[in-house]
Design a protein around this ligand. Structure first.
Ligand SMILES: *[C@@H]1O[C@H](CO)[C@@H](O)[C@H](O)[C@H]1NC(C)=O
Ligand SMILES: *[C@@H]1O[C@H](CO)[C@@H](O)[C@H](O)[C@H]1NC(C)=O
Ligand SMILES: *[C@@H]1O[C@H](CO)[C@@H](O)[C@H](O)[C@H]1NC(C)=O
Length: 176
């Protein structure tokens, strides 16, 4: 009986982590922080998304704004933002906001362009699969585009469903 095939999990995780970090250029990995204020709660709370990736055609800028998902359309959820009638309920006094969109049904370019058309400062697209991919979206201009994992997208959405106010900062500062 041999144990040579058993690599401790922590070693494997470290390799996986650095493998992922090195696969992407360091500058294309934004650091994403969120501040959530739920209605009826005294204090906001904070969390961090470590696995975001800027889209290949995105400016690598630091931006900050309130996160909004598309409004339901014709009585059904419209999380993907593909329909030309997609709209966002942007509060009139809001200066900067960030569109949260689910991957699927139409191209990244269409989703990002739709967010830009509605004057979002950034489009954050959450994946429909656990792994991250490089988004290609030529011609979307100066809007910042970022992909985040599915679980993180659903996490943010759960706060939006509770009418919480969610502020996001997408930072281009390298973290290490
Ligand atoms: C990071 O973002 C800031 C503000 O948007 C910008 O001035 C700066 O040039 C960016 N840094 C890099 C390395 O792109
Ligand atoms: C899929 O995308 C098309 C436009 O590309 C849109 O008209 C349609 O409503 C979308 N369907 C869903 C279920 O989002
Ligand atoms: C969120 O706000 C909308 C409109 O103001 C309201 O219809 C809905 O019931 C609220 N949802 C929750 C969970 O408070």
């Amino acid at each position: 009986m041999t144990c040579s095939g058993h690599i401790p999990n922590v070693v494997l995780m470290t390799f996986l982590y650095w493998g992922v970090r090195l696969t992407w250029a360091a500058s294309s990995l934004p650091f994403i922080t969120l501040t959530v204020q739920e209605p009826g709660q005294d204090h906001p709370h904070y969390f961090l998304i470590r696995q975001g990736v800027y889209g290949l055609n995105s400016p690598l800028l630091e931006v900050r704004g309130q996160v909004l998902a598309p409004q339901p359309l014709r009585g059904t959820l419209n999380l993907q933002g593909c329909d030309p009638e997609t709209h966002f309920q942007v509060p009139p006094d809001l200066k900067q906001w960030i569109a949260l969109l689910q991957r699927g049904n139409c191209t990244f370019k269409e989703k990002i362009s739709r967010a830009a058309f509605h004057h979002a400062i950034a489009a954050v697209i959450y994946n429909s699969k656990p792994e991250m991919i490089n988004m290609v979206h030529e011609g979307t201009g100066k809007i910042v585009a970022v992909m985040i994992p599915e679980s993180e997208g659903n996490h943010i959405l759960s706060y939006l469903e509770k009418n919480a106010s969610v502020q996001m900062t997408i930072s281009n500062k390298t973290s290490y």
